[in-house]
Design a protein around this ligand. Structure first.
Ligand code: ARG
Length: 569
């Protein structure tokens, strides 16, 4: 595909003494179409060239030469060079590329040879997989897929919370009252009850809390009973979690959770000791971070047991050595910002090349607020993700039964729409924003929602079905798409890869989600203003081809977000 921006950068670089890459980055896409398709601000050169931006722009305008004739005109407006691409060149480059790439449209090899570790989802064993983990799972999965599409080698890690003092508590509770609960029947709910009960007891009785801490220490030391109980808790929990992953269609390359590092932490402790970074503080071993204006990072607790931070440090070492990562990403709520700042700081002292410590990235996101407030495991007042996803499906099924009850395969379709709605809702805003979870908003088929995007996709499908053919590109007359709504769709499709790059660079799937909505909306205007199935064969071919292109991009894009498209609805 012709990269117009690149061509402009090339032409400019022949006339001024600046690296082409810099120029490329200076080139903007004006938000107002009237100002052209691309524009180059000359202010950045004024100082160096000792000329006014306006003069530089006028000068350049005379000198620029483009070999292919895709440049319709260049205008100088208050220090900017505005470039107008010939609409037909836009159309031909986009549609030819679609014809060549089909479902690989937008794919890149830019990431080839680079390894990206993505740590996401990571629910905690013996606790419900709740809506708070939904975001990590959905955001992480989208980032994984986008990076992969751009050619990176991605390693998705589910760093399960399967270790830590809470297991000491759970073991203690189970030892005391295990037989009262029907663990086999309903594992997570029952274990949660035990957890809530023992937690309450701990609040009343300091000695029970001590017992719990000792249990965890015993677990770390390999005590048979503790290990057996832990294994059981882990197994039943994973089985439950899998139901959610199946619904979301999310999978991982590694399930190494916190416990995996239980025998890999000594090296961390030893290294920090050797470098004289470990200090005793109130009985615990900590790395002082006061110079970095942070509270100390606790490496070993008073009773010698390790911490969440120690396990994360061991995991960094492991990932550096085993995955040789170019970047290691961590997707969690913003509640853990400090935790990651601390461990990224301490990681600089581990025995590994410094490039690893310099390429650790925390990707924080906001909380999900339900209308009735926050959720917390300790109080036992939680919404389980599995229930929530099933509710989404049944709500959609109700809508289908009202509007189109004869639809074939409606269960399957309701699943794609219901789950898609939840995922889309989660990805539609910049991730750091808190998200309000509201059924009516996310299931609105006319809103900026997953169902709307799917609805437009289904429309493209049924149009193609109605025509019963996709024209071959040779039979498409590009000049039939010069009207405004068609051109608008073309230009959006042109931007697809750029959007993916931005979403990857900023770790922001919302950039893609919003893009897909704008594509769907502009297709809708195109469709409202243009008859697609018409007597005029040439017009029909061109419009059908555009419809086909939209259909492809919506499908690729939604899949990258982790959303399945139904073929009808
Ligand atoms: N299990 C943790 C939680 O639920 C998230 C783990 C994130 N990953 C990590 N390497 N610390 O809060």
């Amino acid at each position: 595909m012709i990269d117009f921006k690149q061509k402009i950068a090339e032409a400019i670089s022949k006339n001024i003494n600046l690296p082409e890459q810099d120029i490329y980055e200076y080139i903007e896409k004006p938000s107002d179409e009237k100002l052209g398709d691309f524009s180059f601000p000359c202010f950045k050169l004024a100082k160096e060239l000792k000329k006014s931006p306006q003069m530089i722009a006028e000068d350049l305008k005379e000198k620029l030469v483009f070999e292919e004739n895709f440049m319709q005109k260049i205008e100088v407006v208050s220090g900017y060079l505005n470039f107008y691409i010939d609409p037909q060149a836009f159309i031909s480059t986009v549609l030819t590329e679609v014809a060549k790439q089909n479902e690989n449209y937008g794919k890149s090899t830019i990431g080839n040879g680079k390894n990206i570790v993505i740590d996401y989802s990571a629910p905690n064993i013996a606790k419900p997989f709740h809506i708070g983990h939904l975001r990590s799972t959905v955001i992480g999965n989208a980032i994984y897929k986008i990076y992969k599409f751009l050619g990176y080698n991605c390693i998705g890690v589910n760093h399960l919370g399967d270790y830590g003092t809470q297991f000491g508590k759970l073991i203690e509770g189970y030892k005391r009252w295990g037989s009262e609960y029907k663990i086999e029947e309903n594992p997570i709910d029952e274990l949660t009850k035990i957890y809530v009960r023992i937690n309450n007891l701990c609040k009343e009785d300091e000695t029970v809390l001590e017992e719990c801490r000792n249990n965890f220490k015993k677990l770390e030391d390999g005590d048979k009973e503790c290990v057996e109980l832990w294994t059981k808790f882990r197994e039943v929990s994973l089985k439950e979690f899998q139901k959610v992953y199946d619904l979301l269609q999310v999978s991982f390359d590694s399930w190494n959770g916190e416990a995996f590092y239980s025998d890999k932490m000594q090296e961390v402790v030893d290294t920090l000791k050797e470098k004289q970074l470990l200090k005793k503080s109130e009985g615990a071993m900590v790395v002082d971070l006061s110079e970095k204006n942070m509270p100390p990072c606790i490496i070993e607790k008073t009773n010698g047991s390790t911490t969440y931070a120690t396990r994360d440090l061991a995991a960094i070492l492991y990932r550096a050595r085993n995955y040789n990562f170019d970047k290691a990403l961590y997707v969690t709520s913003y509640e853990q910002i400090l935790h990651f700042k601390q461990i990224f700081e301490v990681a600089k002292y581990l025995n590994m090349d410094e490039k690893y410590a310099n390429n650790l990235v925390h990707i924080p996101f906001g909380m999900i607020q339900l209308k009735n407030g926050k959720m917390s495991t300790r109080e036992g007042n939680v919404i389980k993700l599995e229930d929530l996803l099933n509710e989404a499906i049944s709500r959609v099924l109700n809508i289908i039964n009202e509007k189109n009850s004869n639809l074939e395969n409606k269960e399957e379709i309701a699943k794609k729409i219901g789950i898609g709605a939840v995922i889309f809702n989660d990805l539609y805003n910049s991730r750091i924003k808190d998200e309000i979870f509201d059924w009516d908003t996310m299931l609105n088929f006319n809103g900026e929602t997953g169902p709307y995007m799917q609805y437009i996709y289904v429309r493209t499908k049924s149009l193609l079905e109605k025509a019963s053919y996709v024209p071959s590109i040779e039979d498409v007359d590009f000049s039939k798409l010069l009207d405004e709504p068609s051109l608008k769709v073309i230009k959006i499709i042109y931007n697809f890869q750029d959007i993916l790059m931005q979403a990857a660079e900023k770790y922001e799937p919302y950039i893609l989600a919003r893009y897909l909505i704008s594509l769907a909306q502009s297709f809708s205007s195109f469709y409202n203003e243009n008859k697609i199935i018409t007597e005029e064969k040439e017009v029909q071919n061109a419009r059908l081809y555009l419809t086909y292109s939209v259909s492809i991009i919506l499908k690729i894009g939604s899949e990258l977000l982790g959303i399945q498209m139904p073929d009808r609805m």
